[in-house]
Design a protein around this ligand. Sequence first.
Ligand SMILES: [Zn+2]
Length: 598
Amino acid sequence: MTDYFEVHERDGAARLGEVRLTDPVTTPALADPFLVDAGSLWTTDRDVPDGDGSVLTVLPHRSFPAGTRAEVRESFRVDHPDLDAPTAAVVDSGSARHVGADAYVLADAAGFVGHGEAFRDAIRSARASLPADTALFLSGVATPANVATLVAAGIDLVDGSLARTKGTEGKYLTADGERFLEDLTELPCACPACATPRESFTRADCAEHNVNALEAALRRVRERIRAGRLRDYLEGQARHEGWLTATLRLFDDQWGYLERRTPILRDAEITAASAETLDRVEIRRFADRVTSRYRNRFTDQPLVLVPCSATKPYSDSQSHRQFHDAIQWRGHTVSMTSPIGVVPQELETTYPAQHYDAVVTGDWSEAEIGFVAEVLRRYLRRNDYSRVIAHVPEDGYREICERVEADTDIDVPFEYTCVDHPTTDESLGELNAALHGEPAYSKREREHNTVRAIADYVLGDGAGDAVFGDAAIRTTGRYPKLQVWADDDGGREGEPGTQLATMVPQYGTLSFTLRGARRWVESDAPTKRVTIDRFVPHGSVLAPGVVDADPEIRVGDEVVIEGPTAFAVGRAEMSGPEMVESTRGVASEVRHVEEIAR
Ligand SMILES: [Zn+2]
């Protein structure tokens, strides 16, 4: 059996896991304290050291010549019945394959760590060949400066050997790089080793400090993963070495690897403080969905483009209340913002539209202008408006609008209503006047369109209409805490019928009831389905019970759970592929379940 490693939390490709030793270890971690190298013990026969569950045993490297028969390979599997201790197998990143170990040591680590492209390719290759619930272990390469990047790529275990060696060579390591000990006037650390006076600080002390600094860096990384904020840290920390910055960008270029591993919603705020923020999965996913899934349903009203506000959701801000008073439901409000792009009013609460904090200087970089212009361009190609009223100030906003307006395939002219600042009386008067004679939409229309827009965004193109029909729903509650009810199943006068879903204001998503989930499954909308074995899940579905799962499922997705004896709805805790690969861990929480009589 190989059940000594389990992943508990995910933050992009980084994971918080547990090596189930007698004293469990939370990963990412230094493996040295619980490592036994059994290389010499298992070279000639199948005797395995008697594991008592307190150590991770590293098995010797077995490479098979090309063409080795499967039976021969199988005979060397480590999940042999007589092996009941946690093990790590040594493999090469390019030819890794699962042999039943809990962890895999990548033997070629020293060759690829330090080189962005080689590192990215090695990790992606190893991860593609090994199940998600196995730990990746890099030996002899970790430093306080690179360990956040290693973990962000998907590494779970490292050791202190390089840090120790560098110490004995007189190199003093910190999270921002390395210095020769003799060049340091002060020791920039307060660990026990560094309590030694500067003049009597030896290379042995330096080695001890280096390992302490690596352990401290790992603690910081673990806390960042728990908070869902490793990326924000990395955008700053990775500046200290060229290859680390390169690696951040190279992984961003590989949309699939990180996207599959990034939750679709979370509580953590995104700090938009560097140019790389524009390349984050969360930002690109929002821009992608707004321009490929979302569809405007306020077809009788003009588009009104307004600047974003620091207060979120935007409609709670002073400036947006003023815009609203001038617009009076006669325009479809879409906010322009860096780094998110464009945010239609129906999606103002949807993650990450109310979960980011941008650095406000009033100056837009060329990259920001280009990004927002491209999103607006794609938005306007997909959504037709009779008029576009741009109520935006004279800076990046205006330039974006002029660039998009100048595009040959955008045939609706922009009207500019901002005189000086968007909230001056004169500007607001112009905005109000521009909308004179336009028809107002109703509160009901606004609420229904919000629910359908969220369904489009979360479930897929066309889902809002497919699941919630054209006029077959009612909404109750006060925005943004809306409840959605079926309007076609005999609800009496004044009674709303059966509840289908609830809008979740914190993330701008939907929670379905069983009835709503049934409607979803029976509609033409893409279903995120988890197929389970013959059991009725309560509270959660564990990975071993999953028979199949839609590969499009991401952490945080609403999922339908179906098996021979149960129908349920809940929220995914793993991606679809991870549910299928894993033999441990919670695959999905279950909100509602019903037993199916057979
Ligand atoms: Zn120290």
